[in-house]
Design a protein around this ligand. Structure first.
Ligand code: TYM
Length: 342
């Protein structure tokens, strides 16, 4: 298959479940903003249908979806340029996911590490939606014929599965219909780690709020969390090789790099030899300078929720101009009577 058949198009999504944190921002959102441009169509989604694979309080889900939309815009997504919407307003995602449930194999799903981590020992009691989650994610991407998907490292396996589903669909039906999507996992912050344990990913489900920086944290809280972040007693090295065995030190240097748009090498050239007592306040100042304008803009946007709802509705309308014809063609390929007529 030649990829040139498909126009370059970016798709990515974030779950509106709880707070947006620094990992989401540096690993995903900030890079979504960087990918906006005249040569690339960009489609970004609040994946509310994914969020309900585990229990969500309905009122909180609505609040989180709107707050996430405010986060996208405050971080620099322009809703006129990018298509910005919540997943449930574009029914073709769920419709294509059903087709993919019939393409993907049980064994593929059982291998997913996120399923194993999230369902844990209690798989019998997990929702069927949680198991089928990667099939819906493949549909999110492929219902746009998206070619590029910026994500953090933890989503890599799901993107490989998306490729497998596209390949199997194309082979089963003898077509060249779905593109083989490129994961875009780049930069210093593809895996931001917990501030309390450098071997664990920063995540919204961690019981300790001190483990993560939330995009809604105020300046004082951000500074306190960085001051209390776990480190080791040594000074920072001048070369990245010196960070290999030092998970917490490496994490803080990576965060500094991503926030300051520098490589870890450039950062270490500046801060190598410094003790954490000196480096942590530098990092706290940088984090506050970069994140505070975003959190205050989020709060401002949240004062006009009707406007947020209008933006999401308009985004969904634009999204459906892409998804309706792609789903219709998929139905035709699969052999659904009537698909050619509407
Ligand atoms: P979610 O909502 O868990 O996370 C959203 C994005 O943030 C990235 N991320 C991180 N990056 C670096 N360090 C971290 N500690 C960190 N934690 C989270 C994630 O990799 C992700 O890019 N399944 C997806 C949502 C989704 C999606 C899609 C993504 C649904 N459909 C289609 C891309 C394309 C998820 O649960 O992300």
């Amino acid at each position: 298959m030649t990829e040139s058949k498909f126009t370059p198009r970016v798709f990515s999504g974030i779950q509106p479940s709880g707070n947006l944190h620094l990992g989401n921002y540096l690993g995903a959102l900030k890079r979504f903003v960087d990918m906006q441009g005249p040569d690339m169509e960009t489609v970004y989604c609040m994946v509310d249908l994914h969020a309900i694979t585990v229990w969500q309080d309905p009122k909180e889900l609505m609040h989180s979806t709107r707050e996430l939309c405010a986060g996208f815009i405050a971080a620099g997504i322009n809703p006129e340029q990018s298509i910005l919407f919540n997943q449930s307003q574009v029914p073709e995602h769920a419709q294509l996911a059903w087709i993919f449930n019939c393409v993907a194999r049980m064994g593929w799903m059982q291998r997913m590490t996120q399923w194993k981590d999230k369902a844990g020992k209690n798989q019998q009691n997990a929702s069927l939606g949680l198991f089928a989650y990667p099939s819906l994610m493949a549909a999110d991407i492929l219902v746009y014929h998206a070619t590029h998907v910026p994500v953090g490292e933890d989503q890599k396996q799901h993107l490989e599965l998306t490729r497998d589903i596209a390949i199997k669909f194309n082979n089963d039906f003898g077509v060249d219909f779905f593109p083989i999507t490129e994961p875009v996992i780049e930069g210093a912050a593809t895996r931001v780690m917990s501030l309390r344990d450098g071997s664990k990913k920063m995540s919204k489900s961690d019981a300790s709020d001190m483990s993560r920086i939330n995009m809604t944290d105020d300046a004082e809280t951000i500074a306190k969390k960085i001051r209390k972040a776990k480190t080791d007693p040594d000074a920072l090295p001048s070369e990245v090789e010196g960070l290999e065995e030092r998970l917490e030190a490496r994490n803080l240097v990576n965060i500094y790099s991503a926030l300051s748009d520098q490589t870890p090498e450039q950062v270490l050239a500046e801060v190598g030899g410094k003790q954490f007592g000196e480096f942590k306040p530098m990092l706290a100042d940088l984090a506050v300078a970069k994140l505070s304008p975003i959190s205050s803009e989020m709060a401002r946007l949240m004062n006009d929720q009707a406007e947020i709802d209008r933006i999401l509705a308009r985004g969904a309308e634009r999204a459906r101009q892409i998804t309706v014809p792609i789903l219709r063609q998929t139905y035709e390929i699969v052999g659904m009577v009537g698909a050619g007529q509407n």
